[in-house]
Design a protein around this ligand. Sequence first.
Ligand code: URA
Length: 235
Amino acid sequence: MRIDKLLSSMGLASRTESAKAAKQGLIKVNGNIISKSDIKVNPDTDVIEFMGKNISYKSNIYIMMNKPSGVVSSTDGKDGDTVISLLPEDLQKCGLFPCGRLDKDTVGLLIITNDGATSHYLLSPKRHVSKIYYVKTAFPVTENDIKLLETGVQLDKGDIARPANVQKVSENEIYITIVEGMYHQIKRMLEAVNNKVTFLERVEFGTLSLDTSLKRGEWRYLTQDEIDILLRQTK
Ligand code: URA
């Protein structure tokens, strides 16, 4: 594999940046400075150093994004309106996709990865991975509504939502935990109790919590600890 491809696939440097770094002597392979960024390396056996740090190649990428409103959770859409288009160009070429969907107007925690198996596991209805949403509603949420949501409600089109866990924050604000991921599920659950969602934010997904230091539209790589915990679940 070409070293510039390796560095870009890890999101460390674009091809142009790799070429510059090589010219500046900032890339070493097995202890030797390389002057060109198109040389081939074996990521399993070669010791690669980039800007003074050893690189351990990982083909899988895991990103946490604080999804803003107004972009779709898919890989293709009109120019600039997908979550993938918010990533740097190099990362856009790494086969990344969102792990599950949030509606265009929903904000908050979205995992973006190129690890199909893990994504499949996390989204499988059999796995009951929990998701917590912060919800603002048009009308007060009553104790009776909470009881209904916690028992399981009948949605439109005949779907039934499993029992959720609801924490009331104020008259028009709740946290709701669900273990499914049906289309527009939270909006439909609130409609089932004659209410309406006016703001929806995902704050937790499985073992991951939204990093509140990320502004809307910002992203970061998952830490190694977060990745280890995430992958441990799927074993
Ligand atoms: N439920 C919804 O209604 N919308 C989302 O985006 C996520 C969950």
